[in-house]
Structure formats: structure tokens, C-alpha cells
Design a protein around this ligand. Sequence first.
Ligand SMILES: Cc1ncc(COP(=O)(O)O)c(C=O)c1O
Length: 459
Amino acid sequence: MLPGGVDFFPTLSGLPTTRPQPACALGRTLVRHQIVALTMTPKMPSLSQFAQGLTTETAFDVLAVARKLMAAGKDVIALQIGDSPFPTTAHAIRAAHAAIDAGLTRYCPSLGLPEFRETIARTVQAEFGIPATIDHVAVGPGAKIFETYFCEAFLEPGDAVLVFQPAFPTFEPNIRRRGAQPLYVPLKQENQFRPDIAAIEAFVRSEPKARAIFLNFPHNPTGGVATHDDLRRIADIVRGTNIAIFSDEPYCHMVWTPEGRHHSILAEPGMLDQCVGAFTFSKSYSMSGWRCGYMVASPSVVQVVGKMINTSLSCVPPMVQMAGKAALEHDAAERDATMALFRQKVELLVNELRKVPDVTVLMPAGTFYVFPRVEPICRRLGITSHGLAMYLLEGADEQRGVACLGGECFGAAGQGFIRFSCAEPDERLVQAVDFFRDAITRTERVKAYLAAHPKYRLC
Ligand SMILES: Cc1ncc(COP(=O)(O)O)c(C=O)c1O
């Protein structure tokens, strides 16, 4: 509530202003030769500017290259994709079988099964202190779709959106889909990849087109975590403005700070009305292939997103929702045991990487990613950091490769870094770092790789 008693929530995007032409009206204006030209033209219909410029998550492209090399017999240590190597938690699997047996195989409400939404609301209240009810929850196929829905709900062409970079690669295409503009602010290793609060303040107070902020803590790819105090300060800056926050929280159970607890900005006073929180079962319950996630936001935003789900997906499969519900109700202990294994893997990888000359690496405060700075190595070898990553996969050895991502897959601020995920058994993580240490000494092979792939030359 603003002074004067006026409720101020971020406004939703407007309705389309151009009215579609009825087909018959269009048909009447065409002369005969135009109709012939339209029907006879040998070219395919042209794609939209948006479709032609669409950028994607590079991790999936590298995954495809890695799979091809594996199929050809190469031993690839796959540290490129943010996926869990562990099985889906037990109750989730059982509940999905039971749901199919019980005939839960048809459409269900677009916002999700009411009993699942209730369970989600209770869980985020108990785990993160978010004061949610069923009316604050919408179910989707993972967390990613809510980036799209958030942008459709709040952004108009020309709006400015603050995004911290390195950034999850699908933020930008979703912002651009609405004709809005991402404004990037770097996350710095020397600041433990925590958000720059002064930059948020400057954006909110001085950027005339300021409309939204994307947050993602624990952060992919850097492993940075915003402290509780950081989140309080961000909430204080945006409270009562027309700024909406997308808070992407897929790694909410992977926090390795001494406190070991996830803080969500949605728990701060008033923020449930100004934020959209996105959560997923992909990481915490090893359910990436099930496609199950949810959004927490104000009831009016939830209703709008319900229409978006209705007009795009209809609903998330009900047996998948029953699996998610069982995971929340019964699999917390299994989840936490798995999270502890991830933490050990992250620590192992960091300790191994610290033995490699010219690598500077922080112990991530969260996530299962390790994001070492390898800039001196890149400079010495004259190769970009993604070039270095691709060299480790394709060029360093005939028999073995390590798949990982160059930091620039997450935007220019990621240059000079590499992202490793920890999705392999411990001994393979050690092998991967041994391989890396050795590969960067083989300068002749690097030269040959660059000659075949000049796009990776560092200018
Ligand atoms: C920051 C971030 N957002 C969203 C997602 C997508 O998660 P989901 O599988 O739930 O769509 C990921 C997955 O890696 C992620 O790292």
C-alpha cells in the first residue's frame, strides 16, 4: 500500500492494439494475379525476425556434440549440463505409477491440481517463510516456462530489464520475445558473485524504462548466493515501485553457506505482490525429465498465468503432478541426502581445480556448478574460454574428452571462465581435472584445434 491508501502492484502488460483483419475482408482486396503469386510461389513462408534471431541454451548443443562423440566410442566425462546423475526420488516414482493406475491420465485444471497447489503453498511457507496460499500457486512443466510467462505478463516493447550477468541463457530470448531490452550488470568473482545492490538502486531510481529485474540465487553458472541482507535491501528498493521481479530459484535446496538455508525474496514484506518466484523439481528431486515446476506470485498474476497455460500447454500431466506432490510430502529426507552428495562433489571439484596452475576458483555458496577463472590460460593459449571448453571435449585427445561450457555461453561477463557441473561420479571428477591440467600443456594440439576452428581464436 502506498501513502494515500492506494494499492500499487506492478501493472500487467496491455492488450494488443491492432485488431486482426477478418479473412474475407483480406480476400476481397486481392486481385487475381496476386492470388496466383501467393499460391504458386516456390519459396517457403519467411520466418519472423524473432524466430530467426532466437538464441538457445548452449548446454544442450554441447550435450548433442558430447553424445555424438560418445556414440562414436569416445570416453566423455560429461560436466556440461546442469542435470542430476541421481535417480528420481522414490515416492515420486511410486505416486506416478499409482496415478496412472487410478486413471489420472486426462486433462486437468490449467493452474494445476488443487491438492498439489495446496501442498506447494504449505511447503514454501514451511521451508522458506513465503506466506503463500493455493491462490498464489501455478503449476508448470519446470521452471523455465515461467520466464516466458513473466515477460508476457509484465513487459511491453522498449521496457528495460535488469539482468545480472553471467546469466541463464534463456532469460534474454524471453525478454526479447516481448521487444524489451535486457540491461546487464556484472556479477563479480571478487564480490563472491553476489548482486550489486547499488546497480539495482541506480536502475530503479534513474532508468526511465525500468520495468523488471531478474534474480537467480543460488546462481547458475557462478554458484553465487545473495545473502538475506542483500535480499532485504533489494526488497526495500523496489517496494512500492512499478518494478516486477522474476526470482528464479531452481537451486533452493543447494545452499552451502554456513547457515545452509535458502532465503527467498518472496518472503520479504510485500514482495509476494511484486515478485514471481519460479521453482522446479528438476534439481532437488532429480526430476528434470518429468517437467514439473511451479510459480509463486500474487493471485492476480496467477490468474493471468493460468490463461497463458490454458492457451499454450493446457495443463501439466496430472500423473506428473501427483509425483511432485508425493516428492514434497515424503521425499525431503532422500532429497537432503542427495544434496549432501552434491555438496561433497562440489568441494572435491574445487579442491582438485585449486591444484591447477593459473586457475582461480571460489567454493560456490550454492548450486552444483563450479565456475573457475581460467583467463590466464586462455590468454597464454590464444583461445576463448568456450574454445577451451570445446577443445577439452573434441581436440585434446582421441580417446577421452571433458564436456563443459565456456563462461561466454552465459554472456560477455562470463568470458575467461569455465562452468563445470558435478553430474558425474567422484572418481570421474578427479579424472576430469587431471585431464584438464594435462590438456592445457599440449600447445601443439591447441594450435591444431584453433587452425581447424578459427572462431575460437582469442583476438
Ligand atoms: C537458472 C535456471 N533457471 C531455470 C532452469 C530450468 O529448469 P527446469 O528444468 O525446471 O525448466 C535451470 C536449469 O538448469 C536453471 O539453471
